[in-house]
Structures are given as structure tokens and as C-alpha cells.
Design a protein around this ligand. Structure first.
Ligand code: ATP
Ligand code: MG
Ligand code: ZN
Length: 154
């Protein structure tokens, strides 16, 4: 008998595959998915992926991810694959990668940073500094932020 878990397929939407185990809940938060969701969402956590590895998967019906959302996902799940589903079939597959720089995505934790002074109209700008774990550094005040702990703009 097949060991595979069967869940109903989605007609239209997005499958985010190969998410590092444990990060699916953060992906849901980035997608704005909570208890009041009105479309189908399937979340698989720590399922087998290949011979040794495990992964999380998030499948959302009727949702297309914009560039900004993809960048947010990329900094917490840089090895994820984003599959676009139309009429039950995969019509596009994107291998996302870790951005080298991010404008207006990460909120600088330094309250005195110029990017936090509204009247200065400076949007935050972070440069990737390290990949394991993923860390970004503020271009203005040099604050160092771990991607998994970063506060993101809504
Ligand atoms: N209609 C659908 N509804 C929900 N999930 C789907 C649908 N079609 C495909 N998927 C899921 O999309 C993911 C990628 O499917 P695909 O068939 O491309 O697998 P794959 O060949 O293993 O791809 P990869 O090389 O990216 O791992 C899988 O998790 C699969 O279950
Ligand atoms: Mg696969
Ligand atoms: Zn700063």
C-alpha cells in the first residue's frame, strides 16, 4: 500500500514546496493566512522529501503571490519552489533564491535608524550578509538582523 498522504488537489492557486521543516507557519503568517481564511489552505509539515530529508509544504487556493510576498518567503525559505496551479495542473515552477538586497521589506530593529523616522521618507534597505543562518544588515545603521526573527513590513 502507498505510504503517500492523499489530499484533494487545488484547481487554482499556488503550491510552495521544499520549505525548510518548521518554517511553514512563518510562510502562512507572511501570506496573511489565519483562522478567518475563506479559501482552502493545505499545510504539510515535516513530510519526507527524498531519501533523507524532510520538508514543509503550503498549498493555497485562489492566491497568486506578488513580488514582495515572494521576497519575504525567499528570506525565510530560500530553497522553496513556487508552483502555479491552473485547472489542477502546474503551469509554472519558480525556484526562488535569496535576494542580495531588500528595500522596504525588513523593518530595522533600531528605533533610532533613519529608516524608522517617518518624516525622512527613507525606506529600509538591507544587504544580505550571511546565508547560514540568513542575516541581513541595515544599509543605514548597520544593525544585523536574522531573517527568521526579522520584523517584516505588512
Ligand atoms: N493540483 C494540485 N493541487 C495541489 N498540489 C499540487 C497540484 N499539482 C501539483 N501539486 C503539488 O505541487 C508540488 C510539485 O509538484 P510536481 O509534480 O512538480 O512534483 P515534483 O516533480 O516532485 O517537482 P519538484 O522537482 O519541484 O520537486 C508537489 O508537492 C505536488 O503535490
Ligand atoms: Mg518533488
Ligand atoms: Zn537601520
Amino acid at each position: 500500500m502507498s505510504q503517500e498522504l492523499k489530499v484533494s488537489r487545488i484547481r487554482q492557486g499556488t503550491v510552495i514546496d521544499h520549505i525548510r521543516p518548521g518554517m511553514a507557519l512563518t510562510v502562512l503568517r507572511i501570506l496573511g493566512i489565519g483562522a478567518a481564511v475563506s479559501h482552502s489552505v493545505v499545510v504539510a509539515m515535516n513530510v519526507p522529501s527524498g531519501a533523507l530529508a524532510h520538508k514543509d509544504i503550503v498549498k493555497v487556493e485562489n492566491q497568486v503571490l506578488d513580488e514582495e510576498t515572494l521576497k519575504k518567503i525567499a528570506i525565510i525559505a530560500p530553497h522553496a519552489t513556487v508552483n502555479i496551479i491552473e485547472d489542477f495542473e502546474i503551469t509554472a515552477k519558480h525556484h526562488i533564491s535569496l535576494p542580495r538586497a531588500l528595500r522596504g521589506i525588513i523593518k530595522c530593529p533600531n528605533r533610532n535608524c533613519i529608516s524608522n523616522q517617518d518624516h525622512e521618507r527613507v525606506s529600509s534597505f538591507f544587504i544580505c550578509e550571511r546565508e547560514e543562518p540568513i542575516e541581513f544588515r541595515c544599509h543605514y545603521c548597520e544593525a544585523l538582523v536574522q531573517a527568521e526573527q526579522a520584523e517584516l513590513y505588512a
